[in-house]
Design a protein around this ligand. Structure first.
Ligand code: G3H
Ligand code: 13P
Ligand code: ZN
Length: 349
């Protein structure tokens, strides 16, 4: 099937009451791992690329790899998403290339580090939403700021510094018309999210539930949703790595989020851990090997295993055949004639 819009994937996920994993990629093997996991579990899926990924792989390679994925797996609804766009221009270039959804992360200024004001965030996000919707492309906005830094992107600090205010979330959704809303509830990007298994003092699931109560039909997005499993940490350290003890977001908390409006779940770090552990193992156990396939194959298989496991845990498994793709041109018509609503349903406090 052709690349589909993330809005369609998330609307379907809301109907089915499940979440959809959005997995980051930088290269062909990661795309292959995700598509094989989607096939294995019969899952719709979002593949996303950050600015860093676009720079690493180059846009044309990425886009054509995604087209190959869509061609090779016609049974899988597949969306291609820009992760953490930092400006109107970044989103515009992704849309021109063929991404079917973009995130305008206006929670930070274009430097990708400094928290922006609410007014700045609304202004740039609405501009992107208007431009994207005219072209049938879906938009994710972010209100509140995540912690941590990935590849130079992020405000740094703990995830608790700028958690989302539910009233601002409502105002932001009303003013921008985004299709989905990323919220900050104490998570951060990367492996070092929590120093012990997180409880409600650091992972604010109560806040997520409060936002969902005010915006019951809005598709919420959880960033920084890697679980950083101990077994993946252990493999890396067993084969010469030096990861410090750390905790991620427990899968049962993500599942609680999914019961409360979370429809898109962003995962990158768990896959990075799986790949690195598998490669380290080959390097240590078979130092005589030098054919990249000898370590890229197990790396790809390790990532496939993580992704397939998450697809089952998020509930998207089994749902690939539920619907057929709405064309991007028809999505544009839907935004224009109002059948695709961009006005959030707001519940009283
Ligand atoms: O936003 C965080 C994702 O893990 C992407 O990371 O910017 O290093 O590609 P990146
Ligand atoms: P993790 O670092 O927890 O995998 O988060 C990825 C993410 O949020 C990408 O936008
Ligand atoms: Zn993110």
């Amino acid at each position: 099937m052709p690349l589909v819009s993330t809005r369609q994937l998330l609307d379907e996920a809301a109907k089915g009451g499940y979440g959809v994993g959005a997995f980051n990629v930088n290269d062909m093997e990661q795309i292959q791992a995700i598509m094989e996991a989607a096939k294995e579990t019969n899952s719709p899926v979002i593949i996303q690329a950050s600015r860093g990924a676009r720079a690493f792989a180059q846009d044309n390679y990425l886009y054509h790899l995604m087209l190959a994925a869509a061609e090779l797996y016609p049974q899988i609804p597949l969306a291609m998403h820009l992760d953490h766009g930092n400006s109107f221009e970044t989103c515009e270039s992704a849309i021109k290339l063929g991404f079917t959804s973009v995130m305008m992360d206006g929670s930070l200024k274009p430097d990708g580090k400094t928290p922006a004001t609410f007014a700045e965030n609304v202004e740039v996000t609405k501009r992107v939403a208007d431009y994207a919707h005219e072209r049938g492309i879906s938009v994710e906005g972010e209100i509140g700021v995540l912690g941590g830094i990935e590849d130079g992107h992020g405000a740094g600090g703990s995830g608790l510094e700028h958690v989302t205010d539910p009233d601002q979330a409502v105002e932001f959704a009303e003013l921008t018309g985004v299709d989905s809303l990323a919220i900050a509830i104490g998570t951060s990007h990367g492996a070092y999210k929590f120093t012990k298994k997180p409880d409600g003092s650091v992972l604010k699931m109560d806040l997520l539930i409060a936002i969902h109560k005010r915006l019951p039909k809005t598709h919420l997005v959880m960033h920084g949703s890697s679980s950083v499993p101990k077994d993946l940490q252990d493999i890396i350290n067993q084969y010469g790595g030096k990861l410090k003890e750390t905790w991620g977001v427990p899968v049962e908390e993500i599942q609680l989020g999914i019961k409360n409006g979370v429809r898109k779940v962003n995962v990158d770090t768990d896959n990075r851990l799986a790949i690195t552990g598998a490669i380290r193992k080959v390097f240590v156990e078979s130092p005589e090997k030098f054919d990249p396939r000898d370590y890229m194959k197990p790396a790809r298989a390790a990532m496939q295993k993580v992704v397939a496991t998450r697809m089952v845990q998020f509930g998207q498994a089994g749902h690939a055949g539920d619907y057929t793709a709405i064309s991007i041109a028809d999505m544009a018509k839907g935004y224009a004639d109002g059948t695709l609503s961009t006005k959030p349903l707001v519940a009283a406090k």
